[in-house]
Design a protein around this ligand. Sequence first.
Ligand code: SF4
Length: 349
Amino acid sequence: MNSADPQKTKLRRRLLEWYRKNRILYPWRRTNDPYRIWLSEILLQQTRIPVVLRYYDRILRQFSTIEDLARADENAFLSVWSGIGYYSRAGNMLRCAREVVSLYGGKFPRNLPALLSLPGIGPYTAGALRNLCFHQLTPAIDGNISRVLARIANDSHRIDSKIFRDDIKRMFLELGDGMPAGEFFQSLMELGERVCLPKPDCPRCPVRFACLAHRNGTVPQIPRRRQKRKEQTYHWYLLLIRKGNAYCFVQNNKREFLKESWIFPDVLKKRKLSKQEITAAFKKSWGLDLKDVQICSTLRHTVTFRRLHVHVLETRLSRIPGVAGNWLQECDLPAYHTSSITYKVLQNL
Ligand code: SF4
């Protein structure tokens, strides 16, 4: 759709009217405070709204301003955060609050490069903050918004292509031009969450008259999915090192998957290893001298396109390892970002 499209004004009006009539007034929609809006945007990443509502209140009761959060002790904040997962988000939030207070006097900067330089703020969050807090129209594109815009334009480029991303950004700016930026952004988001779902409810859609995918009967194919990655099989060796009831955990910064999760010291290979090879691999990766490695169980686990044969190892160690880790009991795990495979391993012992 180009800016001269005669339907554009009608589309904008319908979208805004629909949003104003149907929006759900979440607490973060009843405030102009950038701190509260930022908090909601971070919480909404990968978390469902009922959970976000609980944590939003809980965090604000304890840290009602960005200065309170910037002063917070990391453990105090993590205990409020505990249970929601994705602990790197919590660490980034603290660092971000501290930078906003120390560099910008407690006020989020308005310009895009400065926002993007803050910890945990990527293009989507920076765009959302500029639209919602500063009323500056800025592309903030997530799955919901790209689905709605792609269908309206009947854009059949693959979702992970540059041309698709550029099209969607251009449409966002073109359609939002002259509209209240915050409401425009939220109206698209809300439409994607409630009507233009993967299986859309087109009869209820306020912008159906302008939707080219609906007109052409191509809705089920738009947006066009990325090519499915070929499944890959790995053998993943997890080493249990015990001290009393606790096990040694390390924070994963080696693997492409389960990044920053707390996992057992591990080795990942494309093929199955002999005991001798396992011992050599742990020596090479972790500097550990393993004695009498025993495979105590083998489990299956899938992470996206990776099929993992998980081999759980126990060993006598000639010395306690010097790896940078934490000794954790099962009851400590809810406060740490880990994976369901960790619980599966412990339950299988
Ligand atoms: S008509 Fe259907 S496919 Fe088109 S924007 Fe509305 S809900 Fe989405």
